[in-house]
Design a protein around this ligand. Sequence first.
Ligand SMILES: Cc1cc2nc3c(=O)[nH]c(=O)nc-3n(C[C@H](O)[C@H](O)[C@H](O)COP(=O)(O)OP(=O)(O)OC[C@H]3O[C@@H](n4cnc5c(N)ncnc54)[C@H](O)[C@@H]3O)c2cc1C
Length: 525
Amino acid sequence: MRDCDGIILGTGHNALVLQAYLARCGLRVLSLERNAVAGGGLRTEDSAVLPGFRHNTHSFFHRAVTAMPWYRDLELERHGVRYVEPELNVALVLEDGRSLQWWRDLDRTVDSFNAFSRKDGVALRFWAEEFRPIAENILTVEAQAPPLPPDVRRELLERSAAGRRLLQVQALSPLEFVEREFENDVVRAGLLFFNGLREVDLRLHGFGHSIPALLASTRKAQMCVGGSAALAQALVRDIEEHRGEVRTGVDVAAIELRNGKAAAVTLASGERIEARGWIASGLNPRQTFVELLNATGDLRRQAEGFEFNKIAPLFALNVALQEAPRYSAAASQPELEQAFMVILGLKRYSQFEEIVAAHETGTMPPPVMWGACPTLFDATQAPEGRHTAFMWEKVPYAMPADAEQHGRELLELWGRFAPNMAGANVLHQFVRTPRDTEALLPNMHRGDLLVGSFANGQVGYNRPFAGAGRYRTPVPGLYLCGGSTHPGGNITGLCGYNAASVIAADLGLKRWWNPPDGEAALRGL
Ligand SMILES: Cc1cc2nc3c(=O)[nH]c(=O)nc-3n(C[C@H](O)[C@H](O)[C@H](O)COP(=O)(O)OP(=O)(O)OC[C@H]3O[C@@H](n4cnc5c(N)ncnc54)[C@H](O)[C@@H]3O)c2cc1C
Protein backbone atom coordinates (compact mmCIF):
# COMPACT_ATOMS: atom_id res chain seq x y z
CA MET A 1 0.00 0.00 0.00
CA ARG A 2 1.68 3.23 -1.18
CA ASP A 3 -0.95 5.70 -0.28
CA CYS A 4 -2.48 5.14 3.13
CA ASP A 5 -4.68 7.15 5.42
CA GLY A 6 -3.31 5.59 8.57
CA ILE A 7 -0.53 3.29 9.78
CA ILE A 8 -0.78 0.92 12.74
CA LEU A 9 2.39 -0.29 14.49
CA GLY A 10 2.35 -3.97 15.41
CA THR A 11 -0.39 -6.48 14.75
CA GLY A 12 -1.36 -7.58 18.25
CA HIS A 13 -5.06 -8.40 18.38
CA ASN A 14 -5.91 -4.86 19.57
CA ALA A 15 -4.15 -3.35 16.56
CA LEU A 16 -5.99 -5.75 14.24
CA VAL A 17 -9.37 -4.92 15.82
CA LEU A 18 -8.66 -1.20 15.35
CA GLN A 19 -7.59 -1.74 11.75
CA ALA A 20 -10.69 -3.80 10.97
CA TYR A 21 -13.03 -1.07 12.29
CA LEU A 22 -11.30 1.75 10.43
CA ALA A 23 -10.97 -0.27 7.22
CA ARG A 24 -14.73 -0.76 7.36
CA CYS A 25 -15.05 3.05 7.60
CA GLY A 26 -13.51 3.17 4.12
CA LEU A 27 -10.01 4.25 5.22
CA ARG A 28 -6.90 2.78 3.61
CA VAL A 29 -5.06 1.38 6.62
CA LEU A 30 -1.69 -0.39 6.70
CA SER A 31 -0.40 -2.34 9.70
CA LEU A 32 3.26 -3.24 10.15
CA GLU A 33 4.48 -6.31 12.02
CA ARG A 34 8.06 -7.37 12.78
CA ASN A 35 7.25 -11.08 13.09
CA ALA A 36 6.51 -13.39 10.18
CA VAL A 37 2.88 -13.81 11.27
CA ALA A 38 0.31 -11.33 12.51
CA GLY A 39 -1.46 -11.64 15.85
CA GLY A 40 1.09 -10.98 18.63
CA GLY A 41 -0.08 -13.04 21.62
CA LEU A 42 -2.59 -14.88 19.39
CA ARG A 43 -0.04 -17.44 18.35
CA THR A 44 -0.25 -21.11 17.48
CA GLU A 45 2.96 -22.83 16.42
CA ASP A 46 3.32 -26.03 14.41
CA SER A 47 5.70 -28.39 16.14
CA ALA A 48 9.08 -28.33 14.40
CA VAL A 49 9.70 -31.89 15.59
CA LEU A 50 6.41 -33.76 15.35
CA PRO A 51 4.22 -32.97 12.35
CA GLY A 52 0.56 -32.27 13.15
CA PHE A 53 1.04 -31.12 16.76
CA ARG A 54 0.12 -27.47 17.31
CA HIS A 55 1.02 -25.46 20.42
CA ASN A 56 -0.50 -22.22 21.68
CA THR A 57 2.69 -20.65 22.95
CA HIS A 58 1.13 -17.43 24.22
CA SER A 59 -2.51 -16.69 25.03
CA PHE A 60 -4.88 -19.61 25.29
CA PHE A 61 -7.68 -18.90 27.82
CA HIS A 62 -9.74 -16.18 26.15
CA ARG A 63 -12.26 -14.89 28.63
CA ALA A 64 -15.71 -14.05 27.23
CA VAL A 65 -14.36 -13.29 23.74
CA THR A 66 -17.62 -14.31 22.08
CA ALA A 67 -19.44 -11.67 24.17
CA MET A 68 -17.16 -8.87 22.97
CA PRO A 69 -18.79 -6.23 20.75
CA TRP A 70 -16.06 -6.49 18.09
CA TYR A 71 -16.54 -10.25 17.83
CA ARG A 72 -20.12 -9.59 16.80
CA ASP A 73 -19.56 -6.39 14.76
CA LEU A 74 -16.75 -7.87 12.68
CA GLU A 75 -18.80 -11.03 12.01
CA LEU A 76 -15.82 -13.18 12.86
CA GLU A 77 -17.77 -16.41 12.69
CA ARG A 78 -18.32 -15.63 9.02
CA HIS A 79 -14.54 -15.92 8.74
CA GLY A 80 -14.60 -19.35 10.40
CA VAL A 81 -13.93 -18.46 14.05
CA ARG A 82 -15.42 -20.81 16.59
CA TYR A 83 -15.00 -20.87 20.37
CA VAL A 84 -15.74 -23.47 23.02
CA GLU A 85 -16.39 -22.71 26.69
CA PRO A 86 -16.00 -25.98 28.60
CA GLU A 87 -18.46 -26.70 31.39
CA LEU A 88 -15.95 -27.52 34.11
CA ASN A 89 -14.08 -24.32 33.46
CA VAL A 90 -11.42 -24.39 36.20
CA ALA A 91 -10.33 -27.09 38.64
CA LEU A 92 -7.86 -26.62 41.44
CA VAL A 93 -6.65 -30.17 42.10
CA LEU A 94 -5.11 -30.85 45.51
CA GLU A 95 -2.51 -33.47 46.34
CA ASP A 96 -4.96 -35.22 48.67
CA GLY A 97 -7.27 -35.83 45.69
CA ARG A 98 -9.91 -33.20 46.48
CA SER A 99 -10.63 -30.42 43.99
CA LEU A 100 -12.20 -26.98 44.03
CA GLN A 101 -14.23 -26.56 40.86
CA TRP A 102 -15.58 -23.57 38.92
CA TRP A 103 -18.37 -24.53 36.56
CA ARG A 104 -20.25 -22.50 33.99
CA ASP A 105 -23.23 -23.38 36.13
CA LEU A 106 -23.17 -21.39 39.39
CA ASP A 107 -25.05 -24.09 41.32
CA ARG A 108 -22.36 -26.65 40.60
CA THR A 109 -19.65 -24.21 41.65
CA VAL A 110 -21.50 -23.49 44.90
CA ASP A 111 -21.72 -27.27 45.53
CA SER A 112 -17.97 -27.54 45.11
CA PHE A 113 -17.31 -24.60 47.47
CA ASN A 114 -19.75 -26.16 49.99
CA ALA A 115 -17.56 -29.25 50.19
CA PHE A 116 -14.82 -27.03 51.61
CA SER A 117 -16.99 -24.64 53.63
CA ARG A 118 -20.77 -24.12 53.68
CA LYS A 119 -20.20 -20.52 54.70
CA ASP A 120 -18.03 -19.98 51.63
CA GLY A 121 -20.67 -21.59 49.40
CA VAL A 122 -23.17 -19.04 50.72
CA ALA A 123 -20.67 -16.19 50.25
CA LEU A 124 -19.98 -17.27 46.68
CA ARG A 125 -23.66 -17.23 45.73
CA PHE A 126 -24.19 -13.92 47.53
CA TRP A 127 -21.35 -12.15 45.71
CA ALA A 128 -22.11 -13.70 42.33
CA GLU A 129 -25.68 -12.41 42.55
CA GLU A 130 -24.88 -9.11 44.26
CA PHE A 131 -22.29 -8.22 41.63
CA ARG A 132 -24.08 -9.46 38.51
CA PRO A 133 -25.88 -6.16 37.79
CA ILE A 134 -22.76 -4.20 38.72
CA ALA A 135 -20.67 -6.29 36.33
CA GLU A 136 -23.22 -6.06 33.53
CA ASN A 137 -24.35 -2.45 33.86
CA ILE A 138 -21.17 -0.77 35.03
CA LEU A 139 -17.94 -2.74 34.66
CA THR A 140 -18.65 -4.21 31.23
CA VAL A 141 -19.75 -0.85 29.85
CA GLU A 142 -16.73 0.88 31.37
CA ALA A 143 -14.39 -1.61 29.71
CA GLN A 144 -16.10 -1.09 26.34
CA ALA A 145 -15.86 2.70 26.29
CA PRO A 146 -13.09 5.27 26.54
CA PRO A 147 -12.55 5.89 30.28
CA LEU A 148 -14.02 8.88 32.09
CA PRO A 149 -11.98 11.29 34.23
CA PRO A 150 -11.80 9.76 37.74
CA ASP A 151 -13.70 12.61 39.46
CA VAL A 152 -16.52 12.49 36.88
CA ARG A 153 -16.74 8.70 37.25
CA ARG A 154 -16.90 8.86 41.03
CA GLU A 155 -19.52 11.60 41.02
CA LEU A 156 -21.73 9.60 38.64
CA LEU A 157 -21.29 6.35 40.56
CA GLU A 158 -22.18 8.02 43.85
CA ARG A 159 -25.63 8.84 42.48
CA SER A 160 -26.86 5.20 42.43
CA ALA A 161 -26.98 2.34 44.93
CA ALA A 162 -25.14 0.02 42.52
CA GLY A 163 -22.48 2.65 41.93
CA ARG A 164 -21.98 3.27 45.65
CA ARG A 165 -21.72 -0.47 46.26
CA LEU A 166 -19.05 -0.76 43.58
CA LEU A 167 -17.04 2.13 45.06
CA GLN A 168 -17.27 0.60 48.52
CA VAL A 169 -16.00 -2.84 47.44
CA GLN A 170 -13.48 -1.35 45.02
CA ALA A 171 -11.79 0.55 47.86
CA LEU A 172 -10.52 -2.76 49.27
CA SER A 173 -7.62 -4.79 47.98
CA PRO A 174 -8.43 -8.28 46.58
CA LEU A 175 -6.60 -9.72 49.60
CA GLU A 176 -8.79 -7.78 52.04
CA PHE A 177 -11.91 -8.79 50.14
CA VAL A 178 -11.06 -12.49 50.30
CA GLU A 179 -10.01 -12.38 53.95
CA ARG A 180 -13.19 -10.58 54.89
CA GLU A 181 -15.67 -12.70 52.91
CA PHE A 182 -14.25 -16.25 52.75
CA GLU A 183 -12.92 -18.48 55.53
CA ASN A 184 -11.52 -21.69 54.05
CA ASP A 185 -7.81 -21.80 53.28
CA VAL A 186 -8.17 -23.62 49.95
CA VAL A 187 -11.08 -21.43 48.82
CA ARG A 188 -9.13 -18.29 49.65
CA ALA A 189 -6.05 -19.60 47.86
CA GLY A 190 -8.10 -20.62 44.82
CA LEU A 191 -9.91 -17.28 44.58
CA LEU A 192 -6.73 -15.27 44.91
CA PHE A 193 -4.75 -17.37 42.48
CA PHE A 194 -7.52 -17.26 39.96
CA ASN A 195 -7.77 -13.51 40.36
CA GLY A 196 -4.00 -13.13 40.28
CA LEU A 197 -4.06 -14.69 36.83
CA ARG A 198 -5.78 -11.49 35.75
CA GLU A 199 -2.56 -9.91 36.99
CA VAL A 200 -4.19 -7.57 39.44
CA ASP A 201 -1.77 -6.95 42.31
CA LEU A 202 -3.66 -8.62 45.13
CA ARG A 203 -2.38 -6.12 47.69
CA LEU A 204 -3.48 -3.06 45.77
CA HIS A 205 -6.34 -0.95 47.10
CA GLY A 206 -8.85 0.06 44.44
CA PHE A 207 -9.20 -3.49 43.08
CA GLY A 208 -11.38 -5.19 45.72
CA HIS A 209 -14.15 -5.50 43.13
CA SER A 210 -12.10 -7.69 40.80
CA ILE A 211 -12.90 -10.94 42.64
CA PRO A 212 -16.69 -10.47 42.94
CA ALA A 213 -16.70 -9.27 39.32
CA LEU A 214 -15.04 -12.52 38.30
CA LEU A 215 -17.53 -14.53 40.37
CA ALA A 216 -20.45 -12.68 38.81
CA SER A 217 -19.33 -12.97 35.21
CA THR A 218 -21.58 -15.30 33.23
CA ARG A 219 -18.95 -15.86 30.54
CA LYS A 220 -15.96 -17.98 31.49
CA ALA A 221 -12.66 -18.92 29.90
CA GLN A 222 -12.99 -19.97 26.26
CA MET A 223 -10.64 -21.40 23.65
CA CYS A 224 -10.45 -20.80 19.95
CA VAL A 225 -10.95 -23.90 17.81
CA GLY A 226 -7.92 -24.48 15.60
CA GLY A 227 -5.73 -22.56 18.05
CA SER A 228 -5.49 -18.95 19.22
CA ALA A 229 -3.96 -17.91 15.90
CA ALA A 230 -7.27 -18.69 14.16
CA LEU A 231 -8.72 -15.52 15.72
CA ALA A 232 -5.88 -13.41 14.32
CA GLN A 233 -6.24 -15.01 10.89
CA ALA A 234 -9.95 -14.16 10.84
CA LEU A 235 -9.24 -10.53 11.78
CA VAL A 236 -6.67 -10.33 8.97
CA ARG A 237 -9.19 -11.78 6.50
CA ASP A 238 -11.74 -9.17 7.50
CA ILE A 239 -9.19 -6.37 7.12
CA GLU A 240 -8.12 -7.58 3.69
CA GLU A 241 -11.73 -7.94 2.61
CA HIS A 242 -12.07 -4.22 3.36
CA ARG A 243 -8.96 -3.17 1.44
CA GLY A 244 -6.64 -3.00 4.42
CA GLU A 245 -3.11 -4.39 4.30
CA VAL A 246 -1.26 -6.33 6.99
CA ARG A 247 2.46 -6.34 6.24
CA THR A 248 4.57 -8.82 8.20
CA GLY A 249 8.34 -9.22 8.57
CA VAL A 250 8.96 -5.46 8.86
CA ASP A 251 10.47 -3.93 11.98
CA VAL A 252 9.37 -0.35 12.66
CA ALA A 253 12.45 1.66 13.71
CA ALA A 254 11.20 5.26 14.00
CA ILE A 255 8.13 7.49 13.97
CA GLU A 256 8.65 10.78 12.15
CA LEU A 257 6.92 14.08 12.77
CA ARG A 258 6.16 16.81 10.27
CA ASN A 259 5.26 20.22 11.74
CA GLY A 260 4.91 18.47 15.09
CA LYS A 261 2.40 15.92 13.78
CA ALA A 262 2.93 12.16 13.33
CA ALA A 263 3.48 11.75 9.61
CA ALA A 264 5.59 8.74 8.67
CA VAL A 265 7.48 5.70 9.91
CA THR A 266 10.88 4.35 9.00
CA LEU A 267 11.54 0.63 8.95
CA ALA A 268 14.73 -1.03 10.13
CA SER A 269 15.45 -1.69 6.42
CA GLY A 270 15.52 2.08 5.83
CA GLU A 271 12.22 2.14 3.95
CA ARG A 272 10.03 5.16 4.76
CA ILE A 273 6.22 5.02 4.69
CA GLU A 274 4.03 8.10 4.92
CA ALA A 275 0.61 8.26 6.56
CA ARG A 276 -1.80 10.89 5.25
CA GLY A 277 -3.74 11.23 8.47
CA TRP A 278 -2.56 9.42 11.57
CA ILE A 279 -0.41 6.72 13.17
CA ALA A 280 -1.62 4.37 15.92
CA SER A 281 0.85 2.38 17.99
CA GLY A 282 -0.08 -1.03 19.34
CA LEU A 283 3.29 -1.02 21.16
CA ASN A 284 4.01 -0.05 24.75
CA PRO A 285 4.84 3.56 25.75
CA ARG A 286 8.52 2.81 26.16
CA GLN A 287 8.77 1.51 22.59
CA THR A 288 6.47 4.17 21.16
CA PHE A 289 7.79 7.33 22.80
CA VAL A 290 11.35 6.49 23.81
CA GLU A 291 12.60 4.07 21.14
CA LEU A 292 10.58 5.06 18.07
CA LEU A 293 9.83 8.74 18.66
CA ASN A 294 12.93 9.61 20.69
CA ALA A 295 10.74 11.97 22.73
CA THR A 296 12.27 14.47 25.11
CA GLY A 297 11.15 16.26 28.29
CA ASP A 298 8.00 15.29 30.18
CA LEU A 299 6.81 12.82 27.58
CA ARG A 300 10.03 10.86 27.73
CA ARG A 301 10.03 10.95 31.53
CA GLN A 302 6.44 9.66 31.69
CA ALA A 303 7.09 6.92 29.14
CA GLU A 304 10.22 5.81 30.98
CA GLY A 305 8.27 5.85 34.24
CA PHE A 306 5.62 3.46 32.90
CA GLU A 307 5.74 0.41 35.17
CA PHE A 308 5.53 -3.21 34.10
CA ASN A 309 4.18 -6.08 36.22
CA LYS A 310 6.81 -7.96 38.17
CA ILE A 311 4.51 -10.90 38.89
CA ALA A 312 3.23 -11.43 35.35
CA PRO A 313 6.09 -13.21 33.52
CA LEU A 314 5.44 -16.85 32.68
CA PHE A 315 7.50 -19.95 32.28
CA ALA A 316 5.79 -22.45 29.97
CA LEU A 317 6.15 -26.19 29.59
CA ASN A 318 4.58 -27.50 26.36
CA VAL A 319 4.16 -31.19 25.63
CA ALA A 320 3.06 -33.46 22.79
CA LEU A 321 1.35 -36.56 24.16
CA GLN A 322 0.31 -40.03 23.20
CA GLU A 323 -2.70 -39.75 25.53
CA ALA A 324 -4.22 -36.88 27.53
CA PRO A 325 -3.21 -36.37 31.19
CA ARG A 326 -5.12 -38.78 33.45
CA TYR A 327 -5.50 -37.27 36.90
CA SER A 328 -5.56 -39.72 39.82
CA ALA A 329 -8.27 -37.58 41.39
CA ALA A 330 -10.55 -38.43 38.44
CA ALA A 331 -11.01 -41.91 39.92
CA SER A 332 -13.39 -40.39 42.47
CA GLN A 333 -14.33 -37.28 40.40
CA PRO A 334 -14.65 -38.41 36.77
CA GLU A 335 -15.65 -34.88 35.72
CA LEU A 336 -11.96 -33.95 36.08
CA GLU A 337 -11.30 -35.82 32.84
CA GLN A 338 -13.00 -32.91 31.09
CA ALA A 339 -11.59 -30.07 33.20
CA PHE A 340 -10.46 -27.10 31.09
CA MET A 341 -8.02 -25.02 33.18
CA VAL A 342 -6.28 -27.17 35.78
CA ILE A 343 -4.34 -25.61 38.68
CA LEU A 344 -1.72 -27.76 40.43
CA GLY A 345 0.61 -27.22 43.37
CA LEU A 346 -1.58 -24.67 45.13
CA LYS A 347 -2.65 -25.80 48.56
CA ARG A 348 -2.38 -22.97 51.05
CA TYR A 349 -3.42 -19.36 51.10
CA SER A 350 -0.01 -18.32 52.46
CA GLN A 351 1.69 -19.48 49.23
CA PHE A 352 0.70 -16.11 47.87
CA GLU A 353 3.04 -14.17 50.03
CA GLU A 354 5.78 -16.63 49.10
CA ILE A 355 5.12 -16.20 45.37
CA VAL A 356 5.08 -12.40 45.66
CA ALA A 357 8.22 -12.36 47.82
CA ALA A 358 10.04 -14.63 45.33
CA HIS A 359 9.26 -12.23 42.48
CA GLU A 360 10.38 -9.26 44.50
CA THR A 361 13.68 -10.86 45.42
CA GLY A 362 14.23 -12.56 42.05
CA THR A 363 14.20 -16.10 43.47
CA MET A 364 12.20 -19.12 42.27
CA PRO A 365 8.73 -19.27 43.86
CA PRO A 366 7.17 -22.48 45.25
CA PRO A 367 5.91 -24.33 42.15
CA VAL A 368 2.27 -23.55 41.40
CA MET A 369 1.20 -24.10 37.81
CA TRP A 370 -1.86 -24.04 35.65
CA GLY A 371 -2.64 -25.14 32.13
CA ALA A 372 -4.82 -27.23 29.85
CA CYS A 373 -4.99 -30.03 27.35
CA PRO A 374 -6.50 -28.20 24.34
CA THR A 375 -7.01 -31.37 22.30
CA LEU A 376 -9.61 -32.66 24.78
CA PHE A 377 -11.90 -30.00 23.29
CA ASP A 378 -10.46 -29.56 19.81
CA ALA A 379 -9.03 -32.61 18.05
CA THR A 380 -7.62 -30.47 15.21
CA GLN A 381 -4.59 -29.41 17.25
CA ALA A 382 -2.86 -32.83 17.12
CA PRO A 383 -2.80 -35.93 14.89
CA GLU A 384 -5.78 -38.20 15.36
CA GLY A 385 -5.96 -39.67 18.87
CA ARG A 386 -2.92 -37.68 20.07
CA HIS A 387 -2.81 -34.67 22.38
CA THR A 388 -1.04 -31.46 23.27
CA ALA A 389 -0.94 -29.90 26.73
CA PHE A 390 0.87 -27.16 28.60
CA MET A 391 1.50 -25.79 32.07
CA TRP A 392 2.41 -22.22 32.98
CA GLU A 393 4.12 -20.95 36.08
CA LYS A 394 4.72 -17.40 37.29
CA VAL A 395 8.47 -16.84 37.61
CA PRO A 396 10.67 -13.75 37.93
CA TYR A 397 11.76 -12.29 34.57
CA ALA A 398 15.39 -13.31 35.11
CA MET A 399 14.53 -16.75 36.44
CA PRO A 400 17.53 -18.04 38.40
CA ALA A 401 17.18 -21.64 37.21
CA ASP A 402 18.20 -23.75 34.23
CA ALA A 403 15.14 -23.64 31.96
CA GLU A 404 15.36 -27.21 30.63
CA GLN A 405 15.93 -28.63 34.10
CA HIS A 406 13.06 -26.56 35.45
CA GLY A 407 10.80 -27.92 32.71
CA ARG A 408 11.68 -31.45 33.82
CA GLU A 409 10.82 -30.52 37.42
CA LEU A 410 7.42 -29.20 36.38
CA LEU A 411 6.76 -32.38 34.41
CA GLU A 412 7.62 -34.39 37.50
CA LEU A 413 5.19 -32.30 39.58
CA TRP A 414 2.52 -32.85 36.90
CA GLY A 415 3.19 -36.59 37.13
CA ARG A 416 2.39 -36.55 40.85
CA PHE A 417 -1.17 -35.57 39.95
CA ALA A 418 -1.42 -37.39 36.61
CA PRO A 419 0.90 -40.42 36.68
CA ASN A 420 0.79 -40.92 32.91
CA MET A 421 2.65 -37.63 32.43
CA ALA A 422 5.97 -39.41 32.16
CA GLY A 423 7.93 -41.89 30.07
CA ALA A 424 6.81 -42.84 26.57
CA ASN A 425 3.52 -40.96 26.86
CA VAL A 426 5.43 -37.67 26.54
CA LEU A 427 6.43 -37.65 22.88
CA HIS A 428 8.14 -34.28 22.99
CA GLN A 429 8.51 -31.33 25.35
CA PHE A 430 9.85 -27.79 25.13
CA VAL A 431 9.93 -24.78 27.41
CA ARG A 432 9.60 -21.02 26.97
CA THR A 433 10.94 -18.45 29.42
CA PRO A 434 9.94 -14.82 30.05
CA ARG A 435 13.00 -13.77 28.05
CA ASP A 436 11.69 -15.81 25.09
CA THR A 437 8.38 -13.95 25.38
CA GLU A 438 10.07 -10.57 25.35
CA ALA A 439 12.37 -11.49 22.46
CA LEU A 440 9.41 -12.49 20.29
CA LEU A 441 6.93 -9.86 21.51
CA PRO A 442 8.86 -6.81 22.80
CA ASN A 443 5.57 -5.08 23.61
CA MET A 444 5.60 -7.41 26.65
CA HIS A 445 8.64 -5.69 28.16
CA ARG A 446 10.44 -7.92 30.66
CA GLY A 447 7.94 -10.64 29.86
CA ASP A 448 5.01 -8.62 31.25
CA LEU A 449 2.22 -10.22 29.29
CA LEU A 450 -0.22 -7.61 30.62
CA VAL A 451 1.74 -4.80 28.96
CA GLY A 452 1.98 -2.66 32.08
CA SER A 453 0.82 -2.87 35.65
CA PHE A 454 -2.31 -1.33 37.13
CA ALA A 455 -0.22 0.15 39.97
CA ASN A 456 1.38 3.58 39.78
CA GLY A 457 -2.02 5.08 38.86
CA GLN A 458 -1.82 3.37 35.43
CA VAL A 459 -5.49 2.65 35.20
CA GLY A 460 -8.56 3.92 33.34
CA TYR A 461 -8.29 7.56 32.30
CA ASN A 462 -4.61 7.63 33.27
CA ARG A 463 -3.50 4.48 31.46
CA PRO A 464 -0.71 4.38 30.35
CA PHE A 465 -0.10 7.77 32.01
CA ALA A 466 -1.79 11.12 32.54
CA GLY A 467 -2.11 12.98 29.27
CA ALA A 468 -1.95 9.85 27.10
CA GLY A 469 -5.11 8.14 28.34
CA ARG A 470 -8.14 7.80 26.09
CA TYR A 471 -5.89 6.58 23.26
CA ARG A 472 -4.78 10.12 22.27
CA THR A 473 -1.18 11.08 23.00
CA PRO A 474 0.40 14.52 23.49
CA VAL A 475 1.68 14.21 19.88
CA PRO A 476 -0.96 15.30 17.34
CA GLY A 477 -1.91 12.49 14.99
CA LEU A 478 -0.34 9.79 17.18
CA TYR A 479 -2.58 7.33 19.03
CA LEU A 480 -2.10 4.29 21.26
CA CYS A 481 -4.20 1.15 20.88
CA GLY A 482 -2.43 -1.78 22.64
CA GLY A 483 -2.66 -3.45 26.04
CA SER A 484 -0.88 -0.51 27.70
CA THR A 485 -4.14 1.45 27.32
CA HIS A 486 -7.54 1.01 29.03
CA PRO A 487 -8.77 -1.58 29.93
CA GLY A 488 -5.32 -3.28 29.85
CA GLY A 489 -3.70 -6.49 28.69
CA ASN A 490 -5.11 -9.94 27.96
CA ILE A 491 -7.16 -10.93 24.95
CA THR A 492 -10.07 -8.51 25.23
CA GLY A 493 -9.66 -6.52 21.99
CA LEU A 494 -11.21 -3.62 23.87
CA CYS A 495 -8.17 -1.33 23.69
CA GLY A 496 -8.40 -1.47 19.90
CA TYR A 497 -12.20 -1.26 19.95
CA ASN A 498 -12.20 1.90 22.09
CA ALA A 499 -9.33 3.45 20.13
CA ALA A 500 -11.41 3.01 16.96
CA SER A 501 -14.19 5.20 18.41
CA VAL A 502 -11.75 7.92 19.44
CA ILE A 503 -9.90 8.01 16.11
CA ALA A 504 -13.14 7.91 14.12
CA ALA A 505 -14.45 10.87 16.18
CA ASP A 506 -11.24 12.87 15.65
CA LEU A 507 -11.39 12.24 11.91
CA GLY A 508 -15.06 13.14 11.73
CA LEU A 509 -15.94 9.71 10.35
CA LYS A 510 -19.43 8.30 10.48
CA ARG A 511 -19.33 5.30 12.81
CA TRP A 512 -20.92 2.18 11.30
CA TRP A 513 -21.04 0.46 14.71
CA ASN A 514 -22.82 1.34 17.90
CA PRO A 515 -20.51 1.40 20.95
CA PRO A 516 -21.93 1.92 24.45
CA ASP A 517 -21.82 5.45 25.86
CA GLY A 518 -19.98 5.05 29.17
CA GLU A 519 -21.10 8.35 30.65
CA ALA A 520 -24.75 7.92 29.66
CA ALA A 521 -24.72 4.40 31.12
CA LEU A 522 -23.51 5.66 34.50
CA ARG A 523 -26.00 8.55 34.45
CA GLY A 524 -28.80 6.08 33.74
CA LEU A 525 -28.09 3.76 36.66
C1 LIG B 1 2.89 -17.09 27.71
C2 LIG B 1 1.70 -16.17 27.62
C3 LIG B 1 0.44 -16.63 27.95
C4 LIG B 1 -0.65 -15.78 27.89
N1 LIG B 1 -1.89 -16.28 28.18
C5 LIG B 1 -2.97 -15.51 28.06
C6 LIG B 1 -4.27 -16.06 28.22
O1 LIG B 1 -4.43 -17.27 28.42
N2 LIG B 1 -5.33 -15.24 28.11
C7 LIG B 1 -5.19 -13.91 27.82
O2 LIG B 1 -6.21 -13.20 27.72
N3 LIG B 1 -3.96 -13.36 27.63
C8 LIG B 1 -2.87 -14.13 27.74
N4 LIG B 1 -1.62 -13.61 27.51
C9 LIG B 1 -1.50 -12.14 27.35
C10 LIG B 1 -1.87 -11.64 25.96
O3 LIG B 1 -1.23 -12.43 24.99
C11 LIG B 1 -1.46 -10.18 25.83
O4 LIG B 1 -1.94 -9.42 26.91
C12 LIG B 1 -1.98 -9.60 24.52
O5 LIG B 1 -1.48 -10.35 23.45
C13 LIG B 1 -1.57 -8.14 24.34
O6 LIG B 1 -2.11 -7.72 23.13
P1 LIG B 1 -1.67 -6.42 22.36
O7 LIG B 1 -2.74 -6.11 21.40
O8 LIG B 1 -1.29 -5.34 23.34
O9 LIG B 1 -0.37 -6.77 21.52
P2 LIG B 1 0.68 -7.96 21.50
O10 LIG B 1 -0.01 -9.25 21.50
O11 LIG B 1 1.71 -7.71 22.52
O12 LIG B 1 1.31 -7.75 20.07
C14 LIG B 1 2.15 -6.67 19.74
C15 LIG B 1 2.70 -6.92 18.34
O13 LIG B 1 3.57 -5.85 17.97
C16 LIG B 1 4.69 -6.41 17.29
N5 LIG B 1 5.83 -5.48 17.40
C17 LIG B 1 6.54 -5.17 18.51
N6 LIG B 1 7.50 -4.28 18.22
C18 LIG B 1 7.39 -4.01 16.88
C19 LIG B 1 8.08 -3.16 15.99
N7 LIG B 1 9.10 -2.38 16.38
N8 LIG B 1 7.70 -3.15 14.68
C20 LIG B 1 6.66 -3.91 14.25
N9 LIG B 1 5.97 -4.74 15.07
C21 LIG B 1 6.32 -4.77 16.37
C22 LIG B 1 4.94 -7.71 18.01
O14 LIG B 1 5.72 -8.58 17.22
C23 LIG B 1 3.52 -8.20 18.24
O15 LIG B 1 3.05 -8.95 17.16
C24 LIG B 1 -0.50 -14.43 27.51
C25 LIG B 1 0.76 -13.97 27.15
C26 LIG B 1 1.86 -14.82 27.22
C27 LIG B 1 3.21 -14.28 26.85
